[in-house]
Each structure stands twice: as structure tokens, then as C-alpha cells.
Design a protein around this ligand. Sequence first.
Ligand SMILES: *[C@@H]1O[C@H](CO)[C@@H](O)[C@H](O)[C@H]1NC(C)=O
Ligand SMILES: *[C@@H]1O[C@H](CO)[C@@H](O)[C@H](O)[C@H]1NC(C)=O
Length: 453
Amino acid sequence: MYTRAVAALSLASAVLGQQVGTNTAEKHPSLPMQVCTAAGSCTKENTAVVLDANWRWTHVTTGYTNCYSGSDWNTTACPDGKTCAANCAIDGADYAKTYGVTTPSDGALKLQFVTKNDNGANVGSRLYLMASDTKYRLFNLLNKEFTFDVDVSKLPCGLNGAVYFSEMDEDGGLARFSGNKAGAKYGTGYCDSQCPSDIKFIDGEANSEGWKSGTGKYGACCAEMDIWEANLDSTAYTPHPCKVNAQTRCEGTDCGNGDDRYAGMCDKDGCDFNSFRMGNQKFYGTGTDMSVDTSKPFTIVTQFVTDDGTNTGTLQSIHRFYVQGGKVIPNSVSEIGGVDAVNHISDNFCKQQKTVFGDNNYFGTLGGMAAMGKSLEKMVLVLSVWDDYAVSMNWLDSHFPADADPSKPGVTRGRCDPEAGVPKTVEAAHPDASVVYSNIKLGAINSTFTAGN
Ligand SMILES: *[C@@H]1O[C@H](CO)[C@@H](O)[C@H](O)[C@H]1NC(C)=O
Ligand SMILES: *[C@@H]1O[C@H](CO)[C@@H](O)[C@H](O)[C@H]1NC(C)=O
């Protein structure tokens, strides 16, 4: 899929923006996926992965001087965002050596948590699936299922091995923003429902204005469908709709930071189904007494059911199955009083769950399942591993919020110690943690898995 061609722009092309560096050739690791028909036949697609631009070396186009280092921009090269994008290049990545990203077998991707390298160490990574050398693979998930295998056995409390979809531009923003000369080939254009403000280049400009402790003035918003956020003790799947239907730069209230959480462009909370949080503490975890035993690999199936059973219908519900040891395991059923005993996400489930847990139903305010469904027509697949500098992943695997009574319904999400996910602690205790994703499939409902596989 990839080529070893030298990046299209030369070091001298300083009039353009968010340039391409040529010190390391960009060579996307191959990660083939399969597309399956209702009849059950599957076809291989020669997809590959690309590392997000934020992880890459950013240097002046005319040499080796850093445009960004530590957590600061070079103010000579970057007096403002536009000039910075014109002066600075992002370079190719040495996937294995610098970032700990490898493909242990055909169709499998391994992400190492901490990787010691020439510059010190890399922590975590975020990659996107590509259809070609310059375009992300766009997924229409309506009336379809998305399936993959995971090995979380080396992913302890406090870590998150995440597989999700974001509504990014197919070309990483290359066509829409003249300042962006790198595009999807270099992993540009990331956005998600948290409207992250730690993105270094947004809309073809550096986010350097007002940059402080790794965050700038702007954020990058778009709808997000979390298929899989997990470690060996907890998991959740969560739709997060937005008011916008494409990657959108935010500023101020629209970013939804702090007190603006329920006034921003996106639903940051989402509507999650976490089996432990929904009352079944024996469903997911390590050991043979769990329905899904996380000490061994398993398959995850997520189905997007529309109201009329067509690819153009309105999203109605999101279903989940697991397959392990030749057995199909339906998702656990809610055991929370006041929530119907269902094992899937729908508008009704979200409304009931948020009422019982005392959470703001911003999911419903932004249009709920129907709004999410609109975005699901053109999503980019994200594969990552990360630790959480904001709240130590407690929202996934421990108690959250920190000051709430853990016995109150909805507060406890997993059995992890709240201190286990403190980044300093988890990076020191488990640098060798890793996750493996494999056998990615898209297909008609019930076409990508069978019992006995
Ligand atoms: C900042 O960039 C300028 C050139 O653009 C360079 O001369 C200078 O050494 C850089 N400063 C640092 C601290 O890297
Ligand atoms: C898909 O398979 C599941 C479990 O095997 C079954 O419950 C469900 O009805 C099937 N759905 C369709 C649309 O056939």
C-alpha cells in the first residue's frame, strides 16, 4: 500500500504551511482488513496505519532546529500560528524503534505503552487506518457491524487500549486548509468529542497562541464512536455526538471546557455501556469465573442497527457480542434499578441510565442516536493506547467522580484502585504494557463472526 517515495515537498518550499520533513521516509505499516457480505464471504483490503501528526518530530523546514520541544514552541519560528505552519515541518516516523508500533503478524497491530528511544522515551500512540498512501479509510457503519480481536492481557489498570471512530476529513484536512501540506499521509486532522486542545496544528495553523502546559487556544471537535475503551479490568463502548458533522476548530465556550461542559459543540460524556457500571461485576475481567476472560484474546462485535434495516436509516441501537473459546457471548444485561434489563444502547437506555445516575443527558440534547448515526456514515478508524493525565482513567476502571460516594449507582466503573492510573505511577510500574488489535472486519449484521471461530 505505501510507497517509499520521498515526501513531495522539498526543504526549500518555505512559502507553504505545515510542511513535510524529509529526514525519515514515511512508510505506513500494513494492516489489512476484511469486508464481509451478508452471504458470509469476506474480501481482503490492503489497508495500512499512519501515526498521528502530534507524535512526530516538528522542526524548521530549513534544518534540524526544533519548532516544538518539551512542551513549548520556538517563538522565533512560531511568532503566530500561520507563520509557524509555514516555517515548520512534521517528519516521517520510525514506527517500531521510536514509537513501539509493530505488526507481529499479518492483520495484527501491537502498540507498546512506553518505548525507550534515542530521544528518551515515547509514551502511548494513536494511529489511523488508511485506504491509500494519502487517504484515510472512511467507514459507513449504519446497518453494519465492526469486528476485531484484542489481546488486553498485558494492559493493566489505568491504561486504555482504545479502538474508535472519529469524524475526520478523509485527506486529513489537506484540501480544506491551505496551510496544511502534510495531510493524512502524516496523520493530520485529528478531532474527537473532547475537542482536544493539545493538538499542535489545527486547520492548517499551529495552535501555538496562548500555548500553556501542552494546550493551546483552539480545540479540534468532531463526533466520536468509542467501540472499545478497555484494559484487563474494565471496558465501555460509547457514542459521542456533536452539533457539527465534520472536523471543526473550536474556541471558548464551543470547546466545552470546565463549566462549559454542557454548552460545547460535543457530548463529552457520551452514553456509555460499561458492564461493571451497569451492575454485572462478573462479566468482564481476569479469570475463568468471568463471562469474558481478559487473560486470553477474544473477539468484539459491535452492531449499528437502523430503524428500517437499511444503510440509510436512522440509527436506533448499538449492540455488542463477544466471541471467546468458540462461544458467542451476548453483552451483559443492565442490572440497575430504573433501567430496563437491556444489553444494548438506545435513546431510551441513555435517558434511563442518566436519570438514575444523576448525569446530564447532553447526549439527548445533541440529538442522541439519530445525531450519532449521521456521523457514522463517514468515520475514520483510530487505534491507540494511552494513559490519562486528567483523571487517571478513573472514569473507566475505578470510582468517578473522585468526591462521590462509591456505593452510589453509577459511580463505580471497575475494580481498579483510583491511584493505579496516575500517569507517573503506571508509566513507572508498567512500561512494558502493550495491546494487540487484529482481524479487523466490517460487514453486514452477523456476517463477520460465528461460534467456533
Ligand atoms: C528557534 O528557531 C530559530 C530559527 O527558526 C533558531 O535559530 C533557534 O536556534 C531556535 N531556538 C531553539 C531554542 O531551538
Ligand atoms: C444476529 O445474531 C444474534 C446472535 O447470534 C441474534 O440474536 C440476532 O437476532 C441476529 N441478528 C440478525 C439481524 O440476524
